[in-house]
Design a protein around this ligand. Structure first.
Ligand code: SAM
Length: 429
């Protein structure tokens, strides 16, 4: 049951399209996932049904399937993401080598999509203000094998003070009244009220002010919501442009979406296979890029070098840093982040334990291959046993990367008779 106040607003907003809109809310929703880009084409999976037109790696899947339970999900082969929710990153158009900030990032759908487009090159800052949600974000960034992203847990204003005009692109996927998610989440309906819409619009204005400060002249800002409320969509953009003459709307060619004023467009559930969304693309005028000092990398300790020699792995552009006994690889060009709450400084390489290196699960998920690898079919007894935490009866020595159909999923350590299980206890089935 949808609130009468909401229905009456929609009737007014949509006019003669209102019955088609209402009817679309009665239909079962389309479900989708997005593959992590890899060397070859994504795997062919029986539950995948069609292409999401605006995201090359996006696919619809059959509503009876449970892809979240498939081992490929844990291996970061794909991310379950609503199809319309893939649109803002298409409009942001991230490029390898850029500096990008996803300001309201948890649980990480758009961050991991941006990372896919950056192909491991450049610097991605994924920020989430809510500490619990920031942990989930970190976990998803790790699961999707991202090497060039940091996760922070900060208020947007704090980030803006630390990194003024630093980013080439900023995404604000704002907290909103969630009207576009009414078909997907019951809580979105029960939490809704006209007052929520007003409160969200105020908060969105504040977040946009911080986003404006983070963006360099010439950079692109994408603002998106999953609500139909004009106060939070076109209204929020109009208020922003009034107080920020340094921004102008950009015209974006996106034939799947309904274009609106000020560089905005709408995704309507009665016009495409997806939920309700809104996005606007704005540009900060000017074009001079500001130089900023880089933090110097450390030489990583000997056990890491031994591990690299034994496994034959090579890391992307970046630098090593240590936090206590833990080793991380931070993207090239990472700015000074002292004073910020950093949840994940980069790709976790491993932990030093008594002068030995124990490789991190995150490293396994990022790696495509290494010198010592064992691969099982995704539906094999052995892989199911590994995901349960069982020892594998194979004669290997040293750290060994375990794969499901060629997709890395965790570490085992061989002593010549069995492979000890190092799949994280918290993830075991
Ligand atoms: N971009 C995410 C994705 O694709 O997975 C979804 C983001 S969700 C729509 C909005 C996020 O903004 C939430 O995680 C919420 O915790 C966060 N948020 C709430 N209040 C905020 C504030 N004042 N400033 C910044 N972010 C806020």
């Amino acid at each position: 049951m949808l609130p009468e106040a909401f229905l009456s607003r929609m009737r007014q907003q949509l006019g003669e399209e209102y019955p088609a809109f209402l009817e679309s809310l009665e239909r079962p929703r389309a479900v989708a996932l997005r593959f992590r880009p890899g060397k070859g084409a994504p795997p062919e999976l029986p539950f995948v049904t069609g292409q999401v037109p605006w995201e090359p790696m996006g696919r619809y899947y059959s509503p009876d399937a449970r892809p979240g339970l498939h081992p490929f999900h844990e291996a970061g082969v794909y991310y379950l993401q609503e199809a319309s929710a893939m649109a803002p990153v298409t409009l942001l158009d991230p490029q390898p080598g850029e500096r990008i900030c996803d300001l309201c990032a948890a649980p990480g759908g758009k961050s991991t999509q941006i990372a896919g487009r950056m192909a491991g090159q450049g610097f991605l800052l994924c920020n989430e203000v809510n500490p619990k949600r920031a942990k989930i974000l970190s976990r998803n960034v790790e699961r999707m094998g991202v090497s060039n992203a940091l996760v922070t847990n900060e208020h947007p204003q704090t980030l803006a003070r630390h990194l003024p005009e630093w980013f080439d692109r900023v995404l604000v996927d704002a907290p909103c009244s969630g009207e576009g998610m009414f078909r997907k989440e019951e809580a979105a309906v029960t939490d809704w009220s006209p007052e929520t819409v007003q409160m969200c619009a105020r908060r969105q204005g504040e977040i946009l002010n911080s986003a404006a400060a983070l963006l360099r002249p010439g950079g692109r800002l994408v603002y998106s919501t999953c609500t139909f409320a004009p106060e939070e969509d076109e209204g929020a953009v109009a208020v922003f442009l009034e107080s920020h003459p340094e921004f102008e709307p950009e015209t974006v060619a996106a034939p799947w979406f309904v274009p609106g004023e000020n560089g905005s467009c709408r995704m309507w559930p009665h016009k495409l296979l997806g939920e309700g969304h809104f996005a606007a693309v704005l540009r900060k005028v000017g074009g001079e890029e500001r130089e900023i000092g880089y933090q110097a990398g450390e030489r990583l300790p000997k056990p890491w070098e031994t591990f690299v020699r034994e496994t034959g792995i090579s890391l992307p552009n970046g630098q090593g840093v240590t936090f206590g006994s833990r080793l991380f690889w931070v993207p090239e060009g990472t700015p000074e982040l002292k004073g910020l709450r950093v949840m994940r400084p980069g790709l976790e390489l491993g932990e030093l334990k008594k002068e030995r290196l124990e490789p991190a699960h995150a490293l396994a998920l990022w790696l495509r291959d290494c010198a010592n690898t064992v691969c099982y079919p995704w539906d094999s007894r052995e892989l199911a046993g590994f995901l349960h935490g069982e020892v594998l009866p194979i004669h290997r020595r040293g750290w060994c990367l375990v794969q499901a159909d060629g997709y890395s999923i965790g570490w085992g350590k061989g002593d010549g008779t069995v492979l000890k299980n190092h799949y994280p206890k918290g993830l075991r089935r």
